[in-house]
Write a protein that binds this ligand. Structure first.
Ligand code: ADP
Length: 216
């Protein structure tokens, strides 16, 4: 099977894939990319810019751990190891979050979906809520390791980083292939400075959202 190596691919041109006609309706954005790609930072900015909530599954899980909730206790070891929590659990968390009324005009998803079953579940959850637009950030693997090592989160130790990257390649990268046939997918160079990446994402969103309202 042809393999699109997001974390290790050479620098792409400014925007290399744009696979679908414009969409209308809610802005259902999925930010995709390896750990350290800058998804969280970009998701914060996009949420502000488009006035939609950021939904970060990593943040939700870390909050649950901090709150010592039942879910937090269930997932703590998994996060420490850098493994993925079970699909059923994360799908139900996201499903509940998407029932909140603040998501009616869309959302920015950061860290979900990370497996093909999660992507299929998201399709089902969004059945009559408009299409998904996927923004994938390509970042060179050396840059990913450098950024994560600098970040210093509990799961950013060298051996955990290696595990998370291996899981990314095995379980998460195939999700992009899944979307290439079903959604609008834009692949951007995430190696560049944060502001430049934000500009590219906003350009991609306005292209995919179609022309602005008619003048007449
Ligand atoms: P990163 O910044 O490395 O992309 P996140 O903050 O998105 O990491 O996620 C941290 C951890 O939370 C992951 O390593 C994984 O254990 C868990 N996690 C987050 N999202 C998911 C998901 N969609 N499916 C399974 N596990 C997840």
């Amino acid at each position: 099977m042809e393999h699109l190596a997001v974390s290790t691919a050479p620098r792409p041109r400014r925007r290399i894939v744009m696979t679908s006609p414009p969409t209308e309706g809610p802005l259902n954005l999925v930010l995709f990319g390896p750990p350290g790609a800058g998804k969280g930072t970009q998701a914060d900015r996009l949420a502000l810019r488009y006035n939609v909530p950021k939904i970060s599954t990593g943040d939700m899980l870390r909050q649950a751990i901090q709150d010592r909730s039942r879910i937090g206790e269930l997932v703590r070891d998994t996060l420490d190891r850098g493994a993925l929590v079970g699909d059923d659990l994360i799908i139900s968390l996201v499903g509940q979050r998407l029932e909140q009324p603040d998501t009616v005009n869309g959302f920015v998803l950061d860290g979900f979906p990370r497996t093909i079953p999660q992507a299929a579940a998201l399709d089902a959850l969004l059945a009559d809520r408009g299409r998904v637009m996927v923004i994938a950030l390509v970042v060179h693997v050396d840059e990913v390791i450098r950024r994560l090592s600098d970040r210093g989160r509990a799961d950013d130790e060298a051996f955990v980083i290696r595990e998370r990257l291996a899981i990314y390649t095995r379980d998460t990268e195939p999700v992009l292939e899944y979307y290439r046939r079903r959604a609008s997918v834009t692949i951007l160079d995430g190696n560049r400075p944060t502001d430049a990446v934000t500009e590219d994402i906003e350009a991609a969103v306005s292209t995919a959202s179609g022309p602005s309202p008619r003048n007449s």
